[in-house]
Write a protein that binds this ligand. Structure first.
Ligand SMILES: O=P(O)(O)OC[C@H]1O[C@@H](O)[C@H](O)[C@@H](O)[C@@H]1O
Length: 479
């Protein structure tokens, strides 16, 4: 196989496959802004993206192209090779569901119901061993594909151990690791077994450069290094001295891609959905939210705030509709299934309490329809983004970018996006339901001109570091 100068590693790749009815394979876009970011860099050097095969169709596509030359036209940069790893099912379940999603995600977002969880017994140790194996599989594939002095960009908490594994075998490689999540302060990070906490930090410190979306998360990471490892941490310079090397820690907030988003939002399928939604809500004001049914997104308190708005300010009854487009994710984790049910039943309670023959106060849709989300962003009077903790939150940035007439943004202080959007958003403590209800009222009551002016400035701030620039900046930190 040709060796690559630039490699990316992430659990979810830029492309995924499904079987058509006739059994043939159809490719679809994988996840996220990273894909867009790659399009500029991939052209300057030979690039390889290593990810996990997440379905039988992915495995079939991967087996048919062991050199990584699978068909991903329109989803990944032209010429880039994509290598999908066939990870054994039990290894994947332990590494992805038990360690990454049920442990590391819970720690970094501080989601545990602490009187009861976590409790790390022998089952966890077995899962952790599999997490090592899963990271090893990525390491081997990267070693196999990397040219001398290649740059390797490792993504997220699924692959925390990869940088150190690579470093031990190939000191010539130049490695970045980016955390898309928040980072927990040492007092919370210490919930992890101490040996695991150390292994995780040391694993990441195998990189030359570590990236985070917000200074808050970068500083929390440095505090954890100081608390758990015997290393020299310079908090002012954001560096860690470890294993005879100086590792730099950088803040790289990912922004929206305005050109791409606005073009997509102007397409016929979006406009058609906008018209359907408009017919559905009539001339009422709209509060929009778009999320996965994800514990950190705080959908339940968001609904509680809407209920409080309707209770304490009856003038909004019949005059506003809440469009909540939230779709189930991570169904393998029991807490997520329960949360999805709570969201569903709470929406029903609100409608049972306030609905009239002419008015549905809360429209809940639980399928993932991106064009419909764009349509909702375009027409929103208020956009509600109230996570309890979030690495960045791109909904906030995308929503203000495609708004037709300017929407008011109600935004949690605990989202990384609040660093850049705080000046013109209505910031709320995500745990304070009354403050959120008041912010919704302020958003709906805001004079149109002020709303449009704020939204314009928000869109500008959201576009400060579009994906291409975000990615190139990290690579530059390697030079
Ligand atoms: O496991 P999934 O559903 O692909 O989600 C993973 C991604 O979920 C996103 O919401 C996070 O911002 C990323 O940090 C993470 O990598």
């Amino acid at each position: 196989m040709d060796k690559a100068q630039l490699l990316i590693a992430s659990n979810r790749g830029p492309v995924s496959f499904v079987h058509r009815q006739d059994g043939s394979l159809e490719h679809r876009r994988g996840g996220g802004g990273l894909v867009a970011g790659m399009s500029s860099v991939a052209t300057e050097s030979d690039a390889l993206w290593v990810c996990a095969a997440l379905s039988d169709a992915d495995r079939e596509a991967a087996a048919a192209a062991p050199d990584g030359r699978i068909d991903h036209t329109g989803h990944a940069p032209e010429g880039m090779r994509v290598r999908m790893l066939d990870i054994p099912a039990d290894t994947f379940a332990s590494a992805y569901t038990s360690v990454a999603n049920s442990t590391l995600w819970f720690v970094q977002h501080m989601l545990y119901d602490v009187p009861n969880k976590p409790a790390f017994g022998s089952g966890f140790r077995a899962d952790w061993e599999r997490y090592r194996e899963y990271n090893t599989a990525f390491c081997e594939a990267l070693l196999h594909g990397a040219a001398g002095d290649a740059r390797v960009a490792v993504q997220d908490y699924h692959l925390s151990l990869v940088p150190w594994m690579l470093r031990q075998r190939r000191p010539d490689l130049r490695i970045t690791h980016f955390s898309h999540t928040p980072w927990a302060p040492p007092e919370y990070f210490r919930l992890l077994p101490t040996d695991v906490a150390r292994e995780l930090l040391e694993g990441m410190l195998g990189a030359d450069h570590l990236g985070f979306h917000s200074p808050r998360w970068a500083d929390a990471f440095l505090d954890c290094c100081a608390a758990f490892l015997n290393v020299a941490v310079d908090t002012a310079a954001r560096t860690v001295e470890f294993g005879g090397r100086v590792i730099t820690v950088g803040v790289h907030p990912l922004g929206a891609d305005p050109g791409d988003l606005r073009e997509r939002a102007a397409a016929a399928d979006v406009t058609e959905r906008r018209e359907t939604l408009r017919r559905r809500v009539g001339d009422r004001r709209t509060i929009v939210r778009v999320d996965r049914t994800e514990l950190s997104k705080n959908i339940v308190r968001g609904f509680a705030a809407y209920r409080e708005l309707l209770t304490t300010r009856p003038e909004w009854r019949g005059a506003v509709t809440h469009l909540a487009f939230v779709y189930p994710s991570r169904g393998d984790v029991p807490e997520y299934r329960e949360y999805t049910e709570t969201v569903r039943s709470m929406a029903k309670e609100i409608n049972d309490e306030f609905a009239t023959a002419e008015w549905t106060p809360l429209v809940l849709e639980m399928d993932d329809d991106f064009p419909r989300s764009l349509a909702a962003y375009r027409m929103a009077d208020a956009l509600l983004v109230n996570p309890v903790r979030d690495g960045m939150n791109l909904v906030a940035k995308e929503g203000v970018t495609v708004s037709d007439d300017g929407c008011a943004l109600v935004l949690s202080t605990e989202a990384g996006a609040a660093d850049e959007l705080g000046a013109d958003a209505l910031l709320v403590n995500p745990f304070d339901v009354t403050e959120t209800a008041n912010a919704l009222h302020a958003a709906l009551s805001m004079p149109r001109q002020e709303r449009a002016a704020r939204c314009g400035r928000l869109a500008e701030a959201a576009a400060a570091a579009p994906p291409q620039r975000w990615f190139t900046e990290q690579l530059r930190a390697l030079r």
